[in-house]
Design a binder for this molecule. Structure first.
Ligand SMILES: [Zn+2]
Length: 363
């Protein structure tokens, strides 16, 4: 198990090179030439307001207005999607510090994860530190570990049941939020670790935020609805909402890293990976549906995950503009730029990867 001090240096990347220098210079020039900030600005404020209104409208209509099963189902789906939208657009950017130039505003945005049942503290370690530093590195990137029933990377032990994982894994994805909300976060806090990595326990304000987040979430998601409705309605609505959120979040993250086009670097015995950091991100990360404006709006630029991994401090509203710069520079340096044209191309690739991982070792 790695300790906290080791977490940022588990394996090293070879030093950056000409490609990194040229790419970063061109992207910097894009912003300088236009005199625009790399952060969000008014476009993000409008988007933020739209998503918060979507979330509140779904919740309040569900709580105070819905009377038929069809209304409850449609509003649960809407609420589940709006929670995923908060994660993709507000919390994710806030956590990376790309939402705003103001630290406190990024912190508020990151805290939306606590307001919707998760933990912004644990997210920062799992996502910003472990996943972004060691993307798809076998045995280190915790995003590749979904429990014994899922085999997502070649180094993971194959079990007989994995033969069917391309059929059942979607149900596992559906249960992820319920697991985070009611179990995993407490286990991580109690053990002071995320998977195989020790992380510092939250203290002071962070610890308060952890428990305040959980309690206020249980209050609005469970306790308040139980004052107004029977548990036979409240529980199915919460479960359906969590399923929609879980499948949406999991699928979007898997389509960027866990599919046929992505590489899964083995953990090197000598402690140094083969490719420099930027090339490694380009080998382990795949864009999808870049020309789909609805996907680009709703997914918070996570369909431009290549750009996100290269420039996580740049707000996602700029990714579609800098993608051609990245693609052109890759072509000049002979570095593959991985992309699935449509959402369904990427979804099929993820399903095929699950199928291959569930059978004999892939060629
Ligand atoms: Zn990220």
């Amino acid at each position: 198990m790695s300790t906290t001090s080791e977490l940022r240096g588990l394996v090293k990347y070879p030093a950056g090179n000409e490609f990194r220098r040229v790419l970063r210079q061109r992207v910097a020039e894009y912003f300088e030439n236009r005199g625009i900030s790399t952060h969000g600005g008014p476009r993000m404020w409008i988007k933020t307001a739209t998503i918060i209104v979507w979330f509140l409208a779904s919740y309040l209509l569900l709580l105070l207005w819905a009377t038929t099963p069809l209304q409850a189902v449609l509003l649960s789906v809407s609420l589940g999607l709006s929670i995923a939208g908060i994660g993709f657009n507000l919390q994710h950017d806030g956590s990376h510090g790309s939402y705003s130039s103001k630290r406190w505003l990024n912190k508020i945005m990151a805290t939306f994860l606590d307001l919707t049942g998760g933990s912004s503290y644990l997210w920062k370690w799992q996502h910003n530190v472990i996943h972004h530093t060691y993307t798809n590195v076998e045995g280190i990137d915790e995003d590749l570990k979904v429990g014994a029933l899922g085999r997502l990377a070649p180094d993971q032990k194959r079990l007989a049941v994995h033969r069917f994982q391309h059929i059942y894994i979607w149900f596992l994805y559906a249960f992820l939020p319920l697991k985070w909300w009611f179990l995993d976060d407490y286990v991580s806090l109690g053990q002071g670790r995320l998977g195989d990595h020790k992380v510092p326990r939250p203290r002071g304000v962070e610890l308060f935020l952890f428990f305040f987040g959980k309690f206020q979430f249980y209050a609005w998601a469970l306790v308040l609805p139980l004052f107004l409705h029977s548990w036979t309605v409240v529980v199915p609505v919460l479960v359906l909402t969590s399923f929609v959120t879980g499948v949406t979040l999991a699928v979007v993250f898997q389509l960027a890293h866990c599919l046929e086009e992505a590489d899964f670097p083995a953990r090197p015995a000598n402690g140094e990976l083969e490719l420099p950091f930027d090339e490694s991100q380009l080998a382990t990360t795949v864009d999808f549906a870049r020309n789909n404006p609805l996907a680009t709006w709703f997914l918070g630029g996570l369909n431009f995950q290549v750009e996100h991994h290269l420039f996580p401090k740049i707000c996602h509203i700029h990714y579609s503009a800098i993608a051609p710069i990245v693609e052109k520079t890759c072509a000049e340096f002979g570095i593959p730029y991985r992309n699935n044209v449509t959402f369904f191309d990427a979804l099929r690739s993820h399903a095929r990867w699950l199928y291959r991982m569930g059978r004999a070792e892939p060629a």
